[in-house]
Design a protein around this ligand. Structure first.
Ligand code: NOJ
Length: 730
């Protein structure tokens, strides 16, 4: 810990720092290896062996001559699926809520290490799409935020961590796959500017971070399947963004042999449909190459991309043999190491304190606590009793579907609070039902009542309590609102804890005088309870900030799940961009989160005179090289003016000049998390790249820095903008 004297430490920016990679060297090796391969070996490397035919979710052929293994590809973004003794990390959305780049990287590295230790080559994550076009979207929680910048930074750090850990990352789902309903037939139609400024942005940061692979999605874009779409694979990803790794399909997202090959697909997964039918590559690709429908150079390009990525991440020497087998339910050895520590940190630092009246939190040695709701205890039928977490019973630690993993254990809130309460000789009563009358009777004589509510969602192949992936509404499940009201009716110190995959409406209880605190505990993974107790008891001050906005009513979001075609009619205006445009009053805005201390912001200083005009320079991973040059730097001072050590996420939003047509009121373009002692001041520095000051000119098809005055707002949330300045571009 730092001393108590004011410290003007300078926080250096780590801008979307990814995996340090030498693609040229990897390609040199790949080219040499390619020369040794037969045509059938090449085809084997790009084709999945078929569903259920290998130890992993996805498996390819091997090539003995170059010691290339049967590649093992395995879910998923928060923990290794089908493995037994792994860490169930907090979900992506919880990592996003930490706004802590270093922690995001640590989480990624731990996941990469576990993946490698199990001899799995490719982990199917992180998730950069969906981006939260729809608040009800079933899989938003697998990703990091409903904002491209926060999502992009988190994606880059996670990839950096995973690949440093030794595994190849696979960023998914590329692209415009925003809902679960009809995901395998939906057609997404989006304007070029919205595509670039929102949905492509985090993928561009993934490419900049040197991600090894990209998964193309199930849906169509402009009427063409994502996995046979020249515009998205060849033109955008490979040419415009300079992606040098390989594109693989989502499971069964391939629909053709030659079209997919000729538009930029490099690997098909799992190689057949789930019945063993619909095989598009393998021998069919071989025939297509023999007949000239697919060129040999295209096949060579696929193989080179796959081999280069393998070399890039150094999997060519000393990589462990694959140690899991989903067919025989062999979950492999214990690879957890000390990763429960990072899991707990992410779970804890992603907790967002939304309301705290009369300083009820942190808890001050109450005589008695009532812990209420089914979410407070582990699923009584067993923590892993529901296939792919497809139920909402017991503590909600993650959503359902392929993005879930086996829980090695769960620290439940009831257990963690009971353990911690012993230190203060507090009596704990647990009422693990969602029935209002029972909860109220358990709560009425307690000093403090902590009531747990949830909302769950996941992937469309499982329907849980009537929700087929996407949520049907934004209400708390299991009558959560009634439960809170019943408890608040009898207990004047009611604390609400929410575990949820996305926003829920809380107008029914948020303003009740007896609801003294609301704690947004997100999707915390295996360390749910311990992380929560850390915050409730003030062992750590809460420091998470909302990665999406919580509106007062569902219609305020302005978007709803579509049926056949998603026209992206709202354009750039999702989440806070929409609320700010329409000046809608929110319950809790994007970027919001309270602390046990207070912070003062001062000394805004802006340096640099950015050059206006379009992007220039060669294409490097991520886009034109000029995009990544520094345009301006912004500094400010943050002072902890309260009495406890705590972390603050300072956020920088830009308002574009009028010369940039129809641009959101403000857009996140910087954030830094600083741990600050009471009385201490720290300097925060944001480095703005040309990209951050650019809008996408759909006519010129370039990023352009517009002329005029940018509004620079630095503050504690998207609506708490304490310092205001300008950057002039002329
Ligand atoms: C389909 C999901 O969309 C994808 O995220 C996952 O990686 C694959 N299934 C494999 O399980």
């Amino acid at each position: 810990m730092r001393g108590l004297l004011p410290c003007w430490a300078f926080i250096a920016l780590v801008a979307a720092q990814g995996f340090e990679a030498d693609w040229d060297a990897a390609y040199t090796k790949a080219t040499a290896a390619l020369a040794k391969l037969s045509q059938s070996e090449k085809v084997g490397l790009v084709s999945g062996v078929g569903w259920g035919k290998g130890p992993c979710s996805g498996n390819t052929g091997s090539a003995r001559s170059i010691n290339y293994p049967a590649l093992c590809l395995q879910d998923g973004p928060l923990g290794v699926r089908s493995a037994a003794s792994i860490t169930a990390f907090p979900a992506g959305i919880q990592a996003g809520a930490t706004w802590d780049r270093a922690l995001m990287r640590e989480r990624g590295r731990a996941l990469g290490e576990e993946t490698k230790a199990l001899g799995i080559h490719v982990i199917l994550g992180p998730v950069a799409g969906p981006l939260g076009q729809f608040a009800q979207g079933g899989r938003n929680w697998e990703g990091f935020a409903n904002d491209p910048y926060l999502s992009g930074e988190a994606t880059a750090q996670t990839i950096g961590g995973i690949q440093e850990g030794g595994a190849q990352a696979c960023v998914k789902h590329y692209i415009l796959n925003e809902q679960e309903k009809n995901r395998e037939t939906m057609n997404s139609v989006v304007d070029d500017r919205t595509l670039h400024e929102l949905y492509l942005w985090p993928f561009a940061e993934a490419v900049r971070a040197n991600v090894a692979s990209v998964m193309c999605s199930y849906n169509k874009i402009d009427g063409k399947w994502a996995c046979e779409n020249k515009r998205v694979m060849d033109d955008l990803l490979k040419k415009e963004l300079g992606f040098r790794g390989y594109v693989l399909t989502d499971w069964n997202a391939q629909h053709s042999t030659t079209d997919s090959a000729n538009t930029g697909l490099d690997m098909t997964m799992p190689g057949s449909d789930y019945n063993g039918g619909n095989v598009y590559w393998g021998s069919k690709l071989q025939s297509a190459v023999s007949s000239g429908q697919v060129s040999t150079s295209r096949l060579d390009d696929m193989v080179k991309r796959i081999l280069a990525s393998w070399y890039l991440v150094k999997q060519d020497s000393g990589y462990p043999a694959t140690a899991i087998d989903r067919r025989s339910k062999n979950g492999g050895p214990n690879v957890q190491g000390n990763h429960k520590d990072v899991a707990r940190k992410v779970a804890r630092d992603g907790i967002v304190l939304l309301k705290n009246t009369d300083g009820i939190l942190p808890l001050k040695k109450p005589k008695s606590i009532a812990v209420l709701g089914t979410d407070a205890v582990p699923n009584p039928k067993g923590i892993n009793s529901c296939q792919d977490m497809g139920c909402n019973q017991g503590t909600l630690t993650m959503g359902w579907g392929s993005g879930s993993c086996t829980l090695p254990y769960v620290s439940s809130p009831a257990e963690a609070i009971t353990t911690r309460a012993k230190q203060d000789s507090t009596t704990v009563t647990i009422s693990a039902t969602d029935t209002s009358t029972q909860a109220a009777s358990a709560a009425q004589n307690a000093d403090v009542a902590i009531v747990f509510i949830t909302a769950d969602s996941g992937e469309e192949y499982v329907t849980v309590e009537g929700h087929k992936g996407d949520r049907n509404n934004l209400d708390a499940w299991h009558n959560g609102e009634a439960l809170v009201k019943a408890v608040a009716n009898v207990n004047k110190n009611t604390i609400v804890v929410v575990h949820s995959t996305g926003p829920i409406l809380m107008e029914g209880f948020a303003d009740l005088a007896n609801v003294k605190a609301i704690v947004w505990a997100g999707l915390p993974g295996q360390e749910a309870g311990s992380a929560l107790a850390d915050v409730l008891y003030g062992d750590v001050s809460p420091s998470g900030k909302m990665p999406y906005s919580i509106a007062k009513k569902a219609s305020d979001y302005g978007t709803t799940i579509q049926s056949n075609t998603d026209n992206f009619g709202e354009g750039l205006y999702i989440d806070y961009r929409a609320f700010d445009k329409k000046s809608i009053v929110l319950r809790y805005e994007f970027g919001f989160g309270l602390s046990y201390t207070t912070f003062n912001y001062s000394n805004l200083a802006i340096a640099g005179s950015p050059t206006p005009g379009p992007e220039t320079g060669d294409t490097i991973p991520g886009g034109a090289s000029s995009l990544f040059k520094t345009a301006a730097t912004v500094t400010a001072t943050i002072t902890n003016s309260g009495s406890v050590v705590a972390a603050e996420v300072a956020q920088l939003y830009l308002g574009f000049p009028d010369s940039a047509p129809d641009t959101p009121v403000r857009q996140l373009r910087g954030f830094e998390k600083l741990n600050i002692n009471p009385g201490e001041s720290k300097s925060v520095k944001f480095v703005l790249r040309n990209k951050d000051l650019s809008y996408w000119d759909a006519t010129a098809k370039k990023w352009v820095v517009p002329k005029g005055a940018f509004a620079v707002d630095v503050g504690a949330s998207s609506r708490d903008l304490r310092l205001n300045g300008k950057i002039s571009v002329s």
